[in-house]
Write a protein that binds this ligand. Structure first.
Ligand code: ADP
Ligand code: GLC
Length: 474
């Protein structure tokens, strides 16, 4: 089985969130299932700089406004196809944002080009390699199905994975021509969404199969509360929608071998990581749990609720250490909370190494998201024996076993869940956390269970492989 993965980010080369982790981990996970996956990426400066022995495979005179090449290269175990198109991608920094912190104005064309090249390779092959399935990720790959249709590539099957439906890739209808779209399909059964062009909707309507990154989010997507206006489309495509849980890279996130910390393989071994983290962050020793957060700072992530409930955590003798960046108001408010309290430490920024030290050193990891398609940091927490305290939504609902009396009695609990996603419910969860933490025996069992919970790719890779097989058999 040959599959072309089409994505706008891929760890370890370019990452703004969990999408990159998943796109970077899928090929190795799928190789175990006999799937050969190559990943098509835009040639951002960081990607171009990483290329080794790049082999030119395709040439385009005019790829959405300038010449372009497709280069093949193997980097970090990934079989990459990279679009070298300086007019679209030779821009420093974040893949989506200009220096002013706003989306690049030509983002619709930049990612239409990614989708177009993906469709071209799927339709005609590249260097003799012919995929049977085009597997796109999020809105950046949404137009691929439109282009496959134009290229009359009926032999290729398509899958679109929704990592976050909140981003639908809108463009003004005046751009139909520059986006190379068929104007005849600018209607509600095509890629039209509230009078605009939507790249995500194009993919949602056109892909043979849709997947999203947890079974609960698959259900939620069909409701007005979570569907972001696309719930009708999701219901329409219900029969082709699959919730397949994300895994994590168990080599990169392994407390027993992690070079960022003093390694450990049981809860007792976490002590060194905790004191190192407290020392690094200037936190004193404390009676209660050290809670950590590693997150993009956006409304989705519910971090305002953490600010609101901070007094409750501190009353339990607890501490907070946060690493994140995003919304300037949230950054400011957390900075102020850090300055005003010796038991709160805040680092604004993006730092992969530090995220490992935080997750290893925490007693608990807080993920109070308003919605969460899957979420990866609670999975890292599980693997590191850092008990997840999570909102009961999306992938957070599917990956944590709440410390209910029944689950504690059966000794299967791995974390704490709270609902609804309000400050009141989070406050109660923090009190439960304080109580559980004091009961050393129960706490240690929670940690042991967490560390034993499977969080790898094995089951999900099998589910993707079966999906590809089913699509190509029909
Ligand atoms: P999302 O993709 O919505 O941001 P996920 O939980 O799926 O949420 O993935 C977030 C990924 O980004 C995780 O790998 C997490 O460790 C990482 N991450 C988020 N913020 C930071 C940060 N400030 N520094 C380092 N890593 C971060
Ligand atoms: C998105 C979601 C997150 C998910 C990630 C990877 O960024 O917000 O929940 O884990 O994609 O699928």
């Amino acid at each position: 089985m040959k599959v072309l993965s089409v994505a706008s980010e891929c760890a370890p080369l370019v990452k703004t969130g969990g999408l990159a982790d998943v796109v970077g981990a899928l090929p190795a996970a799928l190789a175990q299932q006999g799937v050969q996956m190559r990943t098509l990426l835009p040639g951002y400066p960081a990607v171009m700089a990483a290329l080794v022995e790049a082999e030119p495979l395709l040439d385009f005179d005019d790829l959405f406004g300038g010449p372009a090449k497709v280069l093949a290269s193997r980097i970090a175990g990934l079989d990459l196809l990279v679009i070298d198109a300086p007019h679209l991608y030779a821009r420093p920094g974040n893949p989506y944002l200009g220096p002013d912190g706003r989306d690049w104005p030509d983002n619709p064309e930049r990612f239409a080009a990614l989708s177009w090249v993906g469709a071209h390779i799927a339709a005609k092959g590249a260097g003799g390699w012919q995929p049977q399935v085009l597997h796109g990720h999020d809105w950046q790959a949404g137009f691929a199905t439109e282009y496959l249709r134009q290229m009359k590539a009926g032999h290729v099957r398509s899958v679109l994975t929704i990592h976050n439906i909140a981003f639908n890739g809108p463009a003004d209808p005046g751009r139909l021509h520059s986006l190379r779209l068929d104007p005849g399909r600018f209607h509600s059964e095509g890629y039209e969404f509230w009078g605009a062009i939507s790249a995500l909707k194009a993919g949602l309507m056109g892909a043979d199969a849709l997947t999203t990154v947890s079974p609960s989010y698959a259900e939620e997507l069909m409701t007005p509360e979570f569907g972001m206006g696309l719930e009708g489309v999701m219901r329409h495509r219900r029969a082709s929608l699959h919730g397949i849980l994300n895994g994590i890279d168990e080599d990169a996130w392994n407390p027993a071998t992690d070079p960022a910390i003093t390694p450990y393989s049981n809860p007792a071994g976490k002590a060194a990581a905790k004191s190192a983290l407290q020392a690094e962050m200037g936190l004193p020793q404390a009676e209660g749990p050290l809670c950590v957060i590693v997150s993009r700072m956006t409304h989705q992530k519910g971090l305002d609720l953490v600010l609101e409930t901070l007094p409750t955590l501190l009353e339990q003798g607890g501490q907070l250490a946060l690493l994140g960046s995003g919304d300037p108001d949230l950054e400011r408010a957390f900075r102020a909370a850090g300055e005003g309290n010796p038991n709160v430490a805040v680092r604004i920024g993006y730092d992969e190494g530090f995220s490992h030290r935080l997750i290893a050193g925490g007693d608990a990891i807080l993920v109070p998201s308003r919605f969460e398609p899957c979420g990866l940091t609670q999975l890292y927490g599980l693997r590191y024996g850092t008990v997840p305290v999570v909102a009961l939504t999306g992938g957070l609902a599917d990956t944590v076993i709440n410390a209910s009396p029944a689950a504690l009695a059966r000794n299967v609990a791995t974390g704490i869940q709270f609902a609804p996603v309000t400050a009141g419910a989070l406050r109660n969860a923090l009190v439960r956390l304080g109580t559980l933490y004091k009961d050393r025996e129960t706490w240690s069992r929670l940690q042991t269970n967490a560390m034993a919970q499977p969080v790898g790719w094995a089951l999900s890779a099998k589910a993707y492989a079966e999906l590809y097989a089913g699509l190509t058999a029909s």
